[in-house]
Write a protein that binds this ligand. Sequence first.
Ligand code: F6R
Length: 608
Amino acid sequence: MCGIVGYFGKREAAPLLIEGLSKLEYRGYDSAGVAILNENGVNVAKRKGRLANLEAALEESPIEGYVGIGHTRWATHGSPSDVNSHPHTNGDGTIAVVHNGIIENYIKIKEWLMTKGYTFKSETDTEVIPNLVDYYYKGDLLNAVMEATEKLEGSYAIGVICKNEPDRLVAVRNESPLIVGLGDGENFIASDIPAVLNQTRDVYLLENKEFVVMTKDGVKIYGDFEKEIEKEVFHVTWNADAAEKGGYEHFMMKEIHEQPKAIKDTMAGRIVPGHPVNIDDIHITKEQIEKLNKVYIVACGTAYHAGVVGKYVIEKLARIPVEVDIASEFRYRDPIIDQNTLMIVVSQSGETADTLAALKMAKERGARVIAVTNVVGSSAAREADDILYTWAGPEIAVASTKAYVTQLIAMYTIALFFAEQKGTVDPHDLEDMKKEMSTLPEKVEAALASEESIHELAKRIKEHTDMFFLGRGTDYAVAMEASLKVKEISYVHSEAYASGELKHGPIALIEDGTIVVTLATQNDLFDKTVSNMKEVIARGANVIAVAQEGHTEIEKSTENVVFIPKVMDLFTPVVAIIPMQLLSYYLSIEKGCDVDKPRNLAKSVTVE
Ligand code: F6R
């Protein structure tokens, strides 16, 4: 986790570093800090808590200078505190480092450095880095950083400045993201593109173990042994405004409303009625698809819930056995994988540590890997055999919404593609599915019209401390995702159960007034789900039902019904999640929570 930035140029560094960090707070916001070089040497300012605390400190005691590094932290080693905040320095404060990642062997290094007389102030793993650089420093910062990183095990993206070399900024990445922003007479480093987008659209996407050296003459990238590398410039085409709130009070609401477009963009050119499914970035052949003995879909959190829908649809349409796994579990069991196994990793960021570890394991064992990711050039995209990008645009709110629906679209696209290649679905039915899928942007738009009534509903139930979500089939996947959204942004305890499982224990939790949201969007399962709903109503539950328009009979059982536009059963997850996202948003608002930055969470989980 954490976000890092760096600046080398002709303008004052502090405001540019702060602006960059403000775009990276989604990566963690336990503390923020900067280190800026000037004639006094390395000047550090850092504060526990949100970036605003650092801004206030800098307003009180400004630091001038044209070269600097900055950091926003999600605590791993050592609690959030001023002393554990980055940047960290060597003993005499001449070398400063910002770091995103985890140094797994830091204790060993720390103990070794202590035998050499080094002392430490913080509980962090990061503090070994400036001290190690100091140990190897013989008048060449790049060399010292290269030697120091040789000793590091784990993940890191680091930015380093040094009092003795005020005309240089050095950076490197390994398993943590890092980009270089290329300006006019000035350059930047950052963990993610939005941090530099107000300044430049031209970036380098760094690979592992690529070293950056910034000087007044520009940027040079080196591989091991100081071999200079020619990098291709990546031109960012999305709008800087796309990374801003665009008039909405919160990023999450903006992103909820961006879903029709995100879905449309993700389907564009891929699902076109009258044409074969076209996934140009996936090169798996018909023969290879026919030989597949197993598909593993591996992901974490919300992305995992998209995978659960993926299992239903790939099995149903392409008739290939699918297992869906939580990445942190998958990597620690001994799954059966061979060259006829396909792994689909689903990751918005493409940087989730557990998902990447599962990806690597599958590749080592001979499986082919498709990455479904939203971030171009992310680690998942680079390491997989095939990539299916979800074109949701940058997702800033910690709670995933638009990335999730585009992950669903990716699951349907893969399922339809495999079905078409294998001939497991009648071509007429397949065509109907493509036509129906093409209408999803407008159906999602129509579902957004329930916003006001959902807000009223949230007001009515905001005092409840427990909630349950029930569903069968793909409705169960939606129930899981809805439940996660509610708990993560409104801190209401919530659980999702498969409707049929209720009688096997959880029904004991139902008492007078308990809020139970029942997803009943599947026509063929409708009656069964309504029966389960009646069982909880009989035990006093206050039921909110979600059903397709036309199923008015459900109103006989509960007056709280949220109708979604009619859609083919296969695709209801894309539409049914919309009122659930709105419900979690308004519960969060009504409870006065921080919608975009829920406590204890970070957007990109780059540690195990
Ligand atoms: C919840 C949420 C998380 C992520 C999970 C995986 O709203 O966003 O559960 O889905 O941390 O992240 P990615 O998709 O980046 O691998």
